[in-house]
Design a protein around this ligand. Structure first.
Ligand SMILES: [Zn+2]
Length: 61
């Protein structure tokens, strides 16, 4: 996940622990954030992977 650049500020994005809430579950995950404008970039793979994980945990119950 290195080498991503904010298209607005042209600054390198830094990984940042971010709190998510989804389907009643909450978790922290690293997302890329622009240190300049604070824009957060969540890759589709990351979002889908993490969301699918939560959904699987729910189905196990
Ligand atoms: Zn930016």
């Amino acid at each position: 996940m290195a080498g991503m650049i904010c298209c607005k500020c042209l600054k390198e994005l830094k990984p940042c622990k971010t709190y998510f809430k989804y389907l009643g579950n909450s978790f922290f995950t690293d997302v890329l954030k622009c240190p300049e404008c604070g824009q957060v970039y969540i890759s589709e793979t990351l979002a889908k992977g993490r969301m699918a994980e939560v959904e699987m945990q729910l189905e196990d119950k």
